[in-house]
Design a binder for this molecule. Structure first.
Ligand SMILES: [Zn+2]
Length: 53
């Protein structure tokens, strides 16, 4: 178990895979699963459709 980096809500791994993006049920922040063993999440970068050149 880990916590949302934004609001501190406990988030549990629920059929999530590494690299998956999901929304925190409390604050709605986009979170990215950065590792599953141990389970870790980070706020997903807000990438717009602008990858630069
Ligand atoms: Zn949150």
């Amino acid at each position: 178990m880990t916590e949302c980096p934004e609001c501190g809500r406990a988030v549990q791994r629920a059929n999530l895979i590494e690299g998956e993006i999901f929304h925190c049920p409390d604050c709605g922040t986009e979170l990215e699963v950065t590792a599953v063993e141990p389970f870790r999440v980070e706020a997903a970068p807000h990438e717009e459709e602008d990858w630069g050149e």
